[in-house]
Design a protein around this ligand. Sequence first.
Ligand code: ATP
Ligand code: MG
Length: 436
Amino acid sequence: MAEETQERLEIQELLRRHPAEVAEILAALREEEAVELLRRLYLRRAAAAPLGEMDPEEAARLLAELNRDEAVQILSRMDPDDAVDLLAELPKETVQDILRRLEEREAKQLSELLSYPPDTAGGLMSPEVVALPQDMSCQEAIETLRRVAEETETVYYAYVVDEDRRLVGVLSLRDLVFARPEAPIRQVMRTDVVALPEDMDVEEVARTFDKYNFLALPVIDKEGRLLGIVTVDDVIDVIRAEDTEDMYKLAGAPLEERVDTPWWRSLRLRLPWLYLNLLTAFLAASVPAIFESTIARATALAAFMTIISGQGGNAGMQAITIVTRGMALGEVPKGKGWRILLKEVILGLLNGILVGLVVGLAAFLWKGNPWLGLVVFLAMVLNMLNAGVMGAVIPLSLRALGLDPALASSIFLTTFTDTLGFLFTLGLASLFMDKL
Ligand code: ATP
Ligand code: MG
């Protein structure tokens, strides 16, 4: 009894919170607890908004744990653009089953939205947009907005369409409020409308928002007909998702993992990458074995070898990070990769010389042998050059192969900087063997 009262108090407290905060709580709970809470929210008709605020993948996992009718109810109360993100994460049969159970109008709307690739403007948009006929007066337009406010994504902008639903103008709420009530909207509207083609890539969509600073942009089809609206909040989600995606992949870290992922799942996600890394590490480790006699004669080489390979790894990571980000931002047109490569070659040489001088001098002063200094210097220059070339070539060739350039670039990079770093040092050392 006391427990029940306690639960009721807790849920009332949650209902007062913003859905985004409830979403955070749901994401932080263990799965069984989250499902339990979701069910209680559902009974109070308060599950849709927080689910819409969650990461679609996590939200879909929770939704799949509810029974089908509960899931259908919740989906029908969600904004269609959020609902469709969530559906996209569910198995095909589940989606079909859910669509069959939804009201016909809703099912039609959602399956239409599902047909757009998720990484395009069409995949981001909500169809719930205000479309006004051109011959309305401003007064009528405001009344229409008031009436439809509840079921539209935003009333901030109203779009004006012709008889064929082609987009011909736009009005902000401010434009309407300040116009004479009886003025026809065609006189007030702006006709140079910025619109997103349905198949525009999300990264391009984000750039367009960044450029024009509107709170929402309309989406049109090839004939210029108004299909829906993308609001800036959806774009922020995309930018964040793409950013973390690139960051994770660069480090060869598993995408699905979050800070609160249980340790056993994290283990399963991370271990394969570490094994791959190990494989390449063996490759690097086999180099000193070949040059055993060289190392035996000049043990100082062992110390400088790790400095040279480590330095190469870091320099290469600098290049990879810049090149990958540049490609993600659309600053590296296809076919223009050689310019990037050239820059990295120059940088690798100069950095190699400047760093090599310091390390070479240190080697000379330590052992009093100028030849050791020279070997270390040359090996550093060569490996920094190698790092620059690979830092550009790895992401560029991954992209040319149609693969994601951010994909585990660092693991490939260290294979080269370690193996060749050892090879340069020991190879040069055996050339100057009798002087060391
Ligand atoms: P406030 O500045 O108070 O938010 P506002 O009316 O200035 O209100 P903005 O978002 O700044 O609204 O938009 C400025 C102008 O841009 C408005 O007159 C609006 O009609 C116009 N506008 C809105 N969307 C588009 C678009 N997609 N293409 C071209 N013009 C647009
Ligand atoms: Mg303004």
